[in-house]
Design a protein around this ligand. Sequence first.
Ligand code: AMP
Ligand code: ZN
Length: 665
Amino acid sequence: MSEVKSRILELRNLIIEHNHNYYDLDKNLISDFEYDNLINELIKLENQYPEFQDQNSPSRRVGGGLSDKFNSESHIFQMYSLDNTYSDTELETWFNRIVKLIQVDDFEFCCELKYDGASVNLLYEDGQLVRALTRGDGYQGDNITNNLKTINSIPLKLKNKFFPNKFEIRGEIIIPSDAFNSLNEKRKQIGLPLFMNPRNTASGSIKLLDSKEVARRPLECFLYSVVSNDISINNHSELLDSARNMGFNVPNYEKVVKGLDGVKKYIKYWDINRQNLPFEIDGIVIKVNSIKYQKKLGFTSKFPRWAISYKFKAQNVVTKLKSISFHVGRTGAITPVANLEPVLISGSTVKRASLHSFDQMNKLKLRVNDSIFVEKGGEIIPKITGIDNTNRGLEEDEIPFPVNCPECNTKLIKLESEANFFCTNTMNCRPQAIGKIQHFVSRKAMNIDGLGDETIKLLYDKHHLKDISDIYNLDYDMISKIEGHAEKSVENLKNGIEESKKKPFQKVLFGMGIRYVGESASKTLINQIKSIDELKKLDVEYLSSIDEIGDKTANSIVDFFKNDLNLDLVNRLISSGLNFTQVDLVNSSHSLSNLIFVISGVFENHSREELKSLIEKNGGKISSSISSKTNYLLAGKNIGPSKFNKANELGVPVINEVSLIDLIS
Ligand code: AMP
Ligand code: ZN
């Protein structure tokens, strides 16, 4: 495969993973800057090599999926993301493009703060709040109306009527810094884990299932834009004023300026003064003020052309290094984590920072008591960016990289191709064993509910769960006696484990956690080989000749099957009834003959194409629209409301992919 194509695929996977972490799990592992670099590199390559374009590339979507806890509904107007700039030059390029498009160069900008929270879209009809959605994927969002009704700054009924009877108003849910600190203070007192930062807490809070708990969180809603086709207001700034007069909470920091110099002044002022704001911002949003020009400029598939954000550079602070802990990951990789003298960066206390690898540590040659620079871009896990050479610790206090595994004492090895050292005791090194089980049950692998991280640790430490095969021989009586495991949750766990036996081979293979065999490699392999017996027999040469499988992955697969412990494990899993062949997709039958299916949504276990061919191989037919002749609607995530409602109206049963497999087998 060409290098370009493999880089494009790699970028797509990375971006999808970061989107999932950021939007769905509220975990932020890279800075916005790094994220934008990935996106920009992808867009550039896709433009340069149009043969690798893909409708579903993350470059075409606003990140963020939908959670299955809430009903998802369509926004009336798409919710766009904002293009980012980081420098004056990028701002100038943007400005020049606008001038070229509208043929005017002395127009106004409305500069606003970029509130750092979770975006929401409120719908008002006849002066009443009727619906509140998360941004979701930009087209559809989760319906969180009940949760947002608990926020006092969102008016349920409007004071005045300046806007049409029906309009959408967009805003950001945030937690003010003081309120965030007291929330954490209270949690500390009662022994609850502390929240990481206001942004993630705000976005996690609006997606809680219990509205009463949402009401206890100090959330606020800042509004920043109104969308409707029939508003007769000329400028964005006037829209903001009208919204204010109707009772919306529109912070008063915006400024209308002419020309780029005014914009730059505003940016400079807030870059310095943002420290004194009672809430966090991560940049500035610059909007063309005239609605007429906005309409003329329009949108790209992701962004408005008339607005852009200017992201502030990461904040850099100096603190002292106290020690370094060495963490052992699921694959045995050892990562150093720096323990710091606690320090405040953008409103939150930082005690730890990441050091990516042995190589980085080796380069820095850190000593206890070194003064080090720590950087936090937005709200990511902070990282060490350098040492203050004028203020170093003692030479004899240089922190060595361990020779043996800090958990199991096995001698560490360094693979040539890797930046990290590894512990090779894959089966019996505690964090590796636990990590493997956690990975196996995780959502993208076997998706077994009811085996949380803590339960896994507890069961592992009590020797009830040594490896993933023990999941299929659990003593449920014993589990029901563990605190917090009521009958119902044991029942859930049992069901989850039974269901997992129906998972396709691809998921099982991914779940086994063979190094480098991630989601996409598993999928690629499954397209080439039909069973684990086949896979076992393949050599490095054959494996690496498969498109998208590199040497590293090929070697790792061969090594895996060389180890008797792994072969034993596979045999135990086979006898527990897991899928190690691709039976469901290759067999054909007449079990679906005369049945008509409509497929809609995004599926977890199979691609849409696979499901289509599965139905057809078993005698079923596919139709694109629902009618009284349709026998089943096969529904995945993000299914459009119209299809769903139509199926309900006509009494067409709605099934998921697991039920489809049941129908066949
Ligand atoms: P991004 O999340 O980087 O795509 O940036 C776009 C998001 O910035 C929007 O979805 C809003 O949630 C958020 N945002 C915060 N403040 C503003 C503002 N004043 N105007 C527009 N968007 C804003
Ligand atoms: Zn170890």
